[in-house]
Design a protein around this ligand. Sequence first.
Ligand SMILES: Nc1ncnc2c1ncn2[C@@H]1O[C@H](COP(=O)(O)OP(=O)(O)OP(=O)(O)O)[C@@H](O)[C@H]1O
Ligand SMILES: [Mg+2]
Length: 335
Amino acid sequence: MTNTFYAGIDLGTSRTTITTSSGRRMTTLSCVGYCKDFIARKRFGRDYLLGEEALEHRLALEMIWPLEHGVIRDDEKSREATRLIISHLIDRTLPERESGDQLLTAVGVPAQASLNSKKTILAAIEPLVGKLLVVSEPFAVAYGLDRFDECLIVDIGAGTTDLCRMHGSYAEETDQLTLTKAGNYLDQAIMEAIQEKYPEVQLTPQIAKRIKEKYGYVYDTSDPVKVTLSSKGVQGEYDLTDVLHAACLKLAEPISEAIGELIGTFDPDFQERLRNNVILAGGGSRLRGIDRAIEKSLTPYGGGRATCVDDAEFCGAMGTLKMCEDMPLEEWERL
Ligand SMILES: Nc1ncnc2c1ncn2[C@@H]1O[C@H](COP(=O)(O)OP(=O)(O)OP(=O)(O)O)[C@@H](O)[C@H]1O
Ligand SMILES: [Mg+2]
């Protein structure tokens, strides 16, 4: 007898997350590290490492991050890396699956990518799965939260910030916006701001990311942020309170503007409802004070309410899984 399994995947620039009908969930960094030479191959006993393990040993590996701005790069290496990441997640979360069983999968990708680069995504992943649905990530978040009423989903990822206006039916192109200002952009902005104030300090995007995740904030005030950094190998303590705030606003402000734009072009009778139902998702929604900063930016429009989802890590994948499970079999047959 053949069984049917469902998998919901959130294919992100920084991490890829899966939840499956077997009740398992898993997340990994969206990267593959190929051994640079035979010494590396001897050390690891494999040709490549995946995710966190690859990042940890990156000095011995050629690192491939197959997604850029939420879109799979259109070259064979990136497609292969994407397949390796996804097949690893599927194998680990559906170990009971046998050949011949049916696998129905929905993959969430940034709003713009779902319109423009579906073909690349299909070409990369379709060989792995039986039937595949590509959906807009913020729409999947709304679906997972059962929010089909008027609300505005803002998914702040690493490569893109995706906004989607919900109004009880399928979101259309005009309901969606994608900004390339997101987590990676903020890491870069933090690096530049620190470098400008302390030119002697040694920084990498990894260090900037760690500082952001631990201390980043967009409140008006904060406790002093003092971080130990290295200058020519010598450790010292640096005050980053102001530079960090200024850099984080570089992300919060364009997001607020984009929210204003989607609200301002909505049916006036429903604008107030939209303003009061801004939902922040994605890893970037964990930036401290981002909800309050967005509410403050809505004051000139008449005020509003922004809330962060509880499970920023898995809510996208849970939404895509739910879409798979809800979709009638005839619809799958049509795909
Ligand atoms: N506490 C935090 N404060 C600020 N940013 C954070 C925090 N935790 C995670 N992030 C950032 O969230 C981003 C990752 O979010 P997420 O996993 O939603 O992205 P993604 O889905 O991989 O990317 P995309 O949706 O753009 O393809 C990273 O830039 C990460 O640094
Ligand atoms: Mg994402």
